[in-house]
Design a protein around this ligand. Structure first.
Ligand code: HEC
Length: 192
């Protein structure tokens, strides 16, 4: 009997210790993480854009994590100026770190490429701004309107003639404008 109770208390202690070490301790550690300087929570448009990023599977080809020097040449490639830190992700549920790098890392894309025209043309057809790109086009994030239908509030996208529709103009839908707003939050130095 004595042995049985020792076994019971011993197993209970083992379970309790692993719970503290694997659940409580990491949770407490994560509570202490402060956002990177200047990083604020997503506004409505940005968080909607984040949903579009998840829905369209951008994560299958893009990472959002810059490795520090000594762990790869991410900084040499111009993907950031420092290694990514926990404070870069405090508002991300779930995080979108990604594992595949078919395309460039996007952790600092808001700094590297701020142009809205560039991004919209790129989403409409990546080949229109990046020759030979194998990124998919997202034409359904845009609509084709006749000149007469275009409203003053519409965001019209200009692409080189070879990529333009036969008739009408390309107008960005809300989803792609939100996606752009989200990409602009991806900056290693949000105060910039
Ligand atoms: C099948 C893989 C694939 C998918 C899916 C994909 N991309 Fe890309 N992406 C690429 C490749 C390859 C490039 C590099 C060539 C280029 O600029 O188009 C790229 C380039 C980019 C760039 C420019 C990066 C730079 O440094 O100039 C951005 C921004 C981008 N992708 C965003 C997205 C977003 C947002 C989505 C989801 C809507 C997405 N990508 C989906 C493969 C992909």
């Amino acid at each position: 009997m004595i042995r049985a109770s020792v076994l019971f208390v011993g197993s209970l202690a083992a379970i309790l210790m692993s719970f503290v070490a694997l659940s409580v301790f990491p949770a407490v550690q994560l509570m202490e993480i402060e956002p990177t300087e200047g990083r604020i929570d997503y506004n409505f448009a940005e968080s909607q854009g984040r949903q579009v990023y998840m829905r369209e599977g951008c994560i299958y080809c893009h990472t959002q994590q810059v490795r520090p020097d000594g762990f790869g040449n991410d900084i040499g490639r111009g993907w950031g100026t420092r290694g990514s830190e926990p404070g870069d992700y405090v508002f991300d549920f779930p995080h979108l770190l990604g594992t595949m790098r078919t395309g460039p890392d996007l952790a600092d894309i808001g700094q590297r490429q701020p142009s809205r025209d560039w991004h919209l043309s790129h989403f409409y057809n990546p080949r229109s701004v990046s020759e030979g790109s194998l990124m998919p086009s997202y034409p359904y994030l845009f609509e084709i309107k006749s000149e007469a239908e275009v409203l003053a509030s519409d965001v019209v996208v200009n692409v080189p003639e070879a990529f333009a529709p036969d008739e009408g103009v390309i107008v960005a839908k809300e989803d792609v404008l939100n996606l752009y707003a989200y990409l602009m939050t991806l900056k290693q130095d949000p105060t910039n």
